[in-house]
Design a protein. Structure first.
Length: 85
């Protein structure tokens, strides 16, 4: 389940990736949702990062996810990186 009214394509892509990665948990994902508190693991995180790399035209690393654990924070990191390139 996701929220409606995404701020931009980065937030939409990250929330969608969280939802797909955490599908078995049935978690409701919002921009404030912490990937690991919702049941995400390092393996699921690696899959999430791989998915985002295919979806977005910006570099995404597993370190980004560990540092910016919420969907909104990760979207902010990716948005800022895209603006720099």
């Amino acid at each position: 389940m996701t929220t409606m009214g995404f701020r931009d394509v980065y937030e939409e892509a990250v929330i969608d990736a969280f939802v797909r990665s955490l599908a078995d948990s049935g978690a409701v994902v919002t921009p404030a949702s912490d990937f690991f508190l919702l049941g995400g693991t390092s393996v699921l995180g690696a899959q999430l990062v791989a998915s985002l790399r295919q979806t977005l035209p910006v570099k995404v690393t597993i370190r980004d996810l560990f540092r910016a654990r919420s969907a909104g924070a990760l979207a902010d990191v990716l948005r800022a990186r895209a603006a720099q390139s």
